[in-house]
Design a protein around this ligand. Structure first.
Ligand code: EPZ
Length: 422
């Protein structure tokens, strides 16, 4: 396995470019199954998770081709409607093929996704929504088997105890796009990636009203056609690069980042003492001499994104004061706390809240990534730490960040990818 060897402290400064969004690309690539026509998806990042999704589409019988930053899903019919365990177990977002396969082929058999380091990752809302559209669903031998000769539109409420669900909203609206009649999804997720998936479906000929609101009205159509569609920039990658500047007293401009997708994150950076400047070209963060403490809790959009919780914790670990971070989406998403404490941070956990008492400087240390955002947070912390850090199991980081070491090196980091026995 690979690890990152990182020398700190350095100032992360300069200009970089935002990649295409992983969390837009994954459901949109799955949505290509809604038509036999060719789809060209632009600005798709070259990530481990994207390669997994492309392998899944090929296992289902479709021909896919990477053309630089674009992915072509060639015209053709699926030859299988089964997403196997050995693939789904490596990427939970494979569940995104359930709705499109069911709607287009009348059947889908998808391995029940397991949990992961950040929590149980249930799919009850996905199944509730598809059953509401008339799908017969059974769970046998670790697989979800969904069948329906014809889906029928209906009105449904699609939120759980933690609020709305991003991929459940995607799955249900994609199935509804080919159902008979009108489907109303109440309490739909409104993350920018869900809005992007709506615009992609409309480009295929779907009829969707209320895009960007928590009530989506989808009028089913007999068929959808191919399209060319460009995914939005990755707001979490952009936020991570800004956190690297914030953590190291740096000054970074992320070209192509869309500040309208990062409102509350930029607000937290501002309250932490950073100077954030947004423009149509991108986002600039200039770090102040010191970091101020900030309290926040993670919530569904437009609340603070759970995928930026760990990275902001790495910044606030340096604050002059104590910050309180409450995780309301994935209550267990704190494995990075123990690793940051190994670097000299002073963070205590109480239930689903982290009490982050700032310290003046972290120290380099060997640490271990547990999920892609925790791994990114450890990289951010290591850039600011005194001495050498070894961030292990960076295959987690490779899932969501394209050659992160290259981007950071161009911004002044001393980071190299090394082989590791762990
Ligand atoms: C998406 O996952 C993202 N993944 C996650 O990003 C992100 O953390 C998450 O949304 C929340 O923003 C992709 O888009 C590929 P959810 P998703 O369904 O859709 C509960 C990353 O780092 N829930 O919105 O699977 C769930 O347990 C990844 O890029 C149910 O209870 O998340 C959680 O508490 C990690 N039942 C909350 O809802 C369900 O059927 C939000 O989960 C589904 C979810």
């Amino acid at each position: 396995m690979d690890a990152f060897s990182i020398e700190g402290p350095v100032r992360i400064s300069g200009e970089t470019a935002a990649a295409g969004s992983k969390n837009s690309s994954l459901p949109i690539l799955a949505g290509c199954l809604l038509t036999d026509d060719e789809c060209i998806i632009e600005n798709v990042p070259d990530l481990r998770d994207i390669r997994t999704m492309l392998r899944l589409l090929e296992m289902l019988g479709r021909t896919v081709e990477r053309r630089g930053g674009d992915v072509v899903v060639h015209a053709g019919r699926v030859t299988s409607t089964e997403a196997p365990y050995e693939l789904v177990s490596t990427m939970r977002a494979s569940i995104s093929v359930l709705g499109p396969l069911l709607a287009k082929e009348g059947e889908a058999r998808v391995s029940f996704p397991g949990g992961c380091a950040i929590g149980a990752r249930p799919i009850d809302l996905h199944l509730k929504g598809l059953a509401a559209l008339g799908a017969e669903i059974e769970i046998t031998h670790g697989y979800v088997h969904a069948r329906s000769p014809r889906l029928k539109g209906t009105t449904m409420y699609l939120a759980g105890s933690a609020g709305s669900s991003v991929l459940a909203t995607d799955n249900v609206m994609m199935a509804a796009a080919l159902a008979d009649g009108v489907t109303v999804i109440q309490s739909a997720a409104i993350e920018p990636e869900v809005v992007d998936a709506c615009h992609f479906l409309v480009a295929m000929g779907a009829k969707i009203e209320g895009i960007g609101t928590t009530t989506l009205t989808i009028t089913g159509v007999p068929r959808l056609h191919g399209c060319r569609y460009r995914v939005i920039p990755d707001r979490i990658e952009a936020g991570t690069l800004l956190a690297a500047a914030a953590c190291t007293g740096g000054d970074v401009f992320v070209r192509g980042a869309d500040s309208s997708h990062l409102g509350i994150v930029l607000d937290v950076f501002g309250r932490a003492g950073m100077t954030v400047t947004s423009s149509p070209e991108g986002i600039r963060l200039q770090a102040a001499g010191n970091v101020r403490p900030v309290d926040f809790e993670t919530l569904p959009y437009p609340g603070y994104p759970t995928d930026m919780q760990a990275q902001m914790m790495a910044v606030l670990a340096h604050a002059q004061g104590t910050s309180v971070i409450t995780e309301k989406i994935y209550p267990e998403r704190f494995i990075h706390v123990a690793e940051l404490n190994r670097m000299g941070a002073d963070i205590k956990l109480e239930e689903h809240t982290a009490i982050v008492r700032g310290v003046s400087r972290l120290e380099g240390a060997p640490v271990m990534a547990s999920d892609l955002r925790a791994g990114a947070a450890l990289v951010v912390a290591a850039l600011a730490a005194e001495g050498t850090s070894l961030v292990r199991r960076i295959y987690h980081v490779d899932r969501g960040y394209e050659r992160l070491e290259d981007k950071l090196t161009a911004l002044g980091a001393r980071i190299t990818r090394v082989r590791d026995q762990q």
